[in-house]
Design a protein around this ligand. Structure first.
Ligand code: EPS
Length: 383
């Protein structure tokens, strides 16, 4: 299952087209819109989220609530388009007044205008904006719905915002997603969540922005999805590539990778046990559910580090592209912190990585055939 998105941040609409979709996935408007609403929420979001109320309209590929094995196109109209029809006009000529000429350090602005030969940063920033991730989340709802048919659920929480973080001893297997769902910073610990909010308030007052760390989990996985044999089928590689493709994500970790790099092997690897009640099982899950490029049947844990948003209300130094004289980097309305939103986007990317790997192993055309293949595999592994 693959997707492609289109659309500019202040253009008319965003679209996602999802291809290689098996027939028979049960889908609902609610499934799509719930994740879109989760992506919009979160403490630290800016004024844009008060304007938008993202709704995914399905244009193709679904009939009577089920996929029919054809490409699915979903559109999300930008309500803010009404305020940008001049600056973002499809036809006519631009006016100098609408040009942006002071690239923001940390954004795609400078390398982008060099790359495409433009003298207007807006040609770049409109697409480099994380607004595009709304379309990814709509697409991700299809991948998640497919995985649900196979007993796989995906969730996420925020581990850290700025220098406020859950303790390094925090066990991700103990997360109560009920608490996470009620937290406006998506943090499972209410005391840490309060400190995260304080950190966001302080950043806002200082004209600053904050990044953080999110953790995505998938449960209900069978072992052996992915590959130890071929580099491009290793599931850890697919997960890292997909999660890394999210704007502002600068690092990806599977399980306790970075902590494990500092410890001896005996304190890193998860022992293999077996008893009558649980069958083969692991007393710990430091590997984060992946060994040898494959799922091992334990819950998957993927973490991602998000850099602070580059648009700063107290701007860093930049230059004017026309004159090369020093100026403040441009200020656009933006978020102080979008880490809770990034967690929802990361869920979508993890869902696509897993959906692709499941389809490689169990089939690609029809959900009920895939379920039969999965059950036969489960039975063989059990025996
Ligand atoms: C975003 C929409 C944008 C920003 C933000 C993400 O809306 P606007 O530019 O109109 O305020 O709030 O964009 C960025 C973080 C960025 O770096 O461009 C969204 O829908 O998520």
């Amino acid at each position: 299952m693959l997707y492609v998105t289109s659309g500019e941040s202040h253009g008319r609409a965003l679209t996602a087209t999802i291809t290689r979709v098996p027939a028979g996935i049960s889908l609902s408007q609610e499934l799509i819109n719930t994740d879109l609403a989760r992506r919009q929420a979160g403490y630290g979001r800016g004024g844009r989220m008060k304007i938008e109320q993202d709704t995914g309209s399905v244009l193709s590929g679904v009939r009577f609530g089920r996929t029919i094995g054809t490409p699915i196109t979903i559109t999300i109209l930008n309500r803010d388009w009404d305020n940008w029809t001049d600056v973002m006009s499809v036809w006519g000529d631009s006016t100098d007044a609408s040009r942006v000429t002071a690239p923001r350090p940390g954004h795609a602005d400078l390398a982008g205008v060099m790359k495409i030969g433009s003298r207007d940063v807006r040609d770049v920033l409109e697409r480099a904006s994380a607004r595009e991730t709304a379309a990814r989340v709509a697409a991700g709802a299809v991948a998640k719905a497919f995985l649900l048919e196979l007993g796989v659920s995906i969730a996420s929480y925020v581990q850290g915002i700025g220098d406020v973080s859950l303790s390094s001893e925090f066990d991700p297997q103990m997360v109560d997603y009920g608490v996470v769902g009620k937290s406006d910073v998506s943090c499972p610990d209410p005391i840490v969540a309060a400190s995260m909010r304080d950190a966001i308030d302080a950043a806002r007052s200082a004209g600053e922005s904050l990044g953080g760390v999110v953790c995505v989990t998938a449960t209900g996985l069978v072992p052996g999805v992915g590959s130890y044999a071929e580099a491009d089928r290793r599931l850890d590689a697919a997960l890292a590539r997909r999660v890394m493709s999210i704007p502002a994500i600068k690092g990806v970790e599977i399980g306790d990778a970075f902590k494990g790099a500092t410890l001896p092997g005996s304190r890193v690897h998860d022992e293999i046990l077996c008893d009558d009640e649980r069958g083969i099982h692991r007393p710990t899950n430091r590997a984060g559910g992946l060994e040898g490029g494959m799922t091992n049947g334990e819950p998957l844990f993927v973490r991602a580090a998000m850099k602070p948003i580059p648009t700063l209300m107290t701007p860093l130094a930049s230059i004017d592209l026309d004159t090369h004289v020093p100026v403040d980097a441009s200020r656009e309305r933006s978020d102080v912190c979008a880490v809770p939103a990034a967690a929802v986007v990361a869920e979508a990317e993890v869902a696509f990585a897993l959906a692709g790997a499941y389809m490689d192993k169990f089939g690609a055309d029809c959900v009920s055939d895939i379920q039969v293949a999965l059950e036969a595999y489960r039975a063989r592994v059990r025996s």
